[in-house]
Design a protein around this ligand. Structure first.
Ligand code: IPE
Ligand code: IPE
Ligand code: MG
Length: 261
């Protein structure tokens, strides 16, 4: 993605290629203002736009956002309906601008459980932006990490993969977005220290960052702070960095620029 010349950006090698965000806290944000959760979800959409722009400015290529989990159907019907309406409306409203900016839209999750209307929007957005190269926005909608692994295993069986060939690569190739690199950093807003079924497979070696900021308040400054924190991390991927003894992989592997894939 393009860089802002006058903004101090983190060093290239320390910028995550792919960030995942568990966008939590919309309900609390709305409640504090005496409004229903749907008010917070609308403010949450504005935060997505800010953060996508900040990713572009800071040189983060791919952003995965957790928009609706396979467990979120358990919420009150009115909230689920308002959320689905918001996703549909937002996709319709924002798609042309995303396309003009060269952003590729991906949608991950069990699509067959969404309405026909929503599926049509998703297909349209993905087809329109399929060849864009400036960045990737992966919207995790009706997404669950466990469901994704179950779906990948089903594909393995359907493809007739012999047992001896079932390995990490065989499963990874059958995840929803096999071409996306694993997330280097997963951010959760609103203070909860849990994964809530997000990118269970791909996040095996992601750096985790929890911030107290509620998602509708999250902006470029918060992302910048998260990137600074990330840049200070030592990623070991299970190996031992040079300073602690001999490493068969060499010290560079442990630096944050390394990826699990
Ligand atoms: C996250 O915000 C958005 C979705 C799950 C769709 P919440 O709605 O979970 O916000 P809190 O946790 O109630 O504050
Ligand atoms: C995770 O938030 C799901 C999304 C952000 C879409 P939740 O609010 O649903 O997670 P829990 O219930 O606090 O674990
Ligand atoms: Mg929540």
């Amino acid at each position: 993605m393009s860089r802002l010349g006058n903004l101090s950006s983190p060093l290239d090698s320390q910028v995550p290629r792919h960030i995942g965000i568990i966008m939590d806290g919309n309900g609390r944000w709305a409640r504090r203002r005496g409004h229903p959760a749907s008010f917070g979800h609308r403010a949450g959409v504005r935060a997505i736009k800010r953060v996508l722009q900040a990713c572009e400015d800071f040189g983060v290529h791919a952003l995965s956002i957790y928009a609706f989990s396979t467990e979120n159907w358990a919420r009150p019907r009115a909230e689920v309906r308002a959320l689905m309406r918001l996703f549909h409306e937002t996709m319709q409203r924002e798609i042309d601008e995303m396309h003009q900016r060269g952003v590729r839209i991906l949608v991950s999750g069990r699509r067959d459980e969404l309405s026909a209307r929503m599926r049509a929007r998703i297909d349209e957005a993905m087809a329109l932006t399929a060849n864009n190269k400036n960045g990737v926005l992966n919207v995790c909608l009706n997404y669950g990490g466990r469901a994704e692994i179950v779906d990948a295993v089903r594909k393995v069986i359907k493809d007739g993969v012999p047992e001896s060939d079932v390995d990490v690569a065989a499963i990874s190739a059958r995840m929803y977005q096999p071409d996306l690199p694993d997330p280097d950093l997963i951010i959760r807003t609103a203070g909860e220290h849990r994964v809530s079924n997000f990118l269970l497979w791909q996040g095996a070696y992601a750096e985790m960052l929890v911030t107290e900021t509620l998602w509708p308040d999250f902006g470029a400054d918060d992302l910048r702070a998260a990137l600074d924190d990330y840049a200070s991390r030592i990623r070991r991927f299970g190996a031992r960095p040079d300073s602690e003894g001999s490493s068969p992989l060499g010290g560079e592997v442990a630096r944050s620029a390394g990826g699990a894939r």
